[in-house]
Design a protein around this ligand. Sequence first.
Ligand code: ADP
Ligand code: MG
Length: 222
Amino acid sequence: TKELLRQTDKLSAIGQLAAGIAHEIRNPLTSLRGFVQLLQASLADPRYCEIMLAELDRINFIVSELLVLAKPKQMKFQDKKPTQIIYDVISLLESQANMNNVIFHDHLERSLPTISCDENQLKQVFINVCKNAIEALPEGGDIYVESSRLAASRIRISIRDTGKGIDPIRIPRLGEPFYTTKENGTGLGLMVSYRILEEHGGSLTIESEPEKGTTVHITLPV
Ligand code: ADP
Ligand code: MG
């Protein structure tokens, strides 16, 4: 069975709350990190400090993901070629893909029109989705990135993996804050992606079949 998900505006009040809390955590976190570094320099055995710094960095990562959900900070919209953005993301993830025996195949139309977007934010969306695809292929496999024009004013980028797929009963929960099935997941990637796409007038839909794979469609206005 094929499950379909369409939920561009699923951002809930809880996400806003999380973003508010994240903002409050950031300042004490920064000073904590500074003092642990000082402490590390003065100790004969720096091992515990290294662990503390690594854990602080993990908190910082989670917090910065949550901050995207806060009041949209100044977005810089510029006309960009979507193909270039995707090539950049693929090369950014190339080494992680290699390590996991995952191969990216891109079938992108060269003639795609430019889109008005905040390049870094849009990259973040493709990074989140492509990372999920890599993580769905623990034994390695293929990821296909395809583009198409939907109507005169919309383009679609699809990221398809041949990975483990998603159980249909889990699909409605995707994009909820902290919803993850991974041991080290944050459950924030999709939520942040929905939010960014919403601000671009775009959308994200997920189609998946357990044991067959998952396709994420991202549409954007040109
Ligand atoms: P995280 O990756 O930290 O778990 P995400 O928000 O990126 O958080 O994803 C939420 C959940 O959605 C994942 O834990 C996983 O269960 C599911 N998921 C997302 N993309 C895929 C995919 N390509 N294949 C299988 N499951 C996926
Ligand atoms: Mg993820």
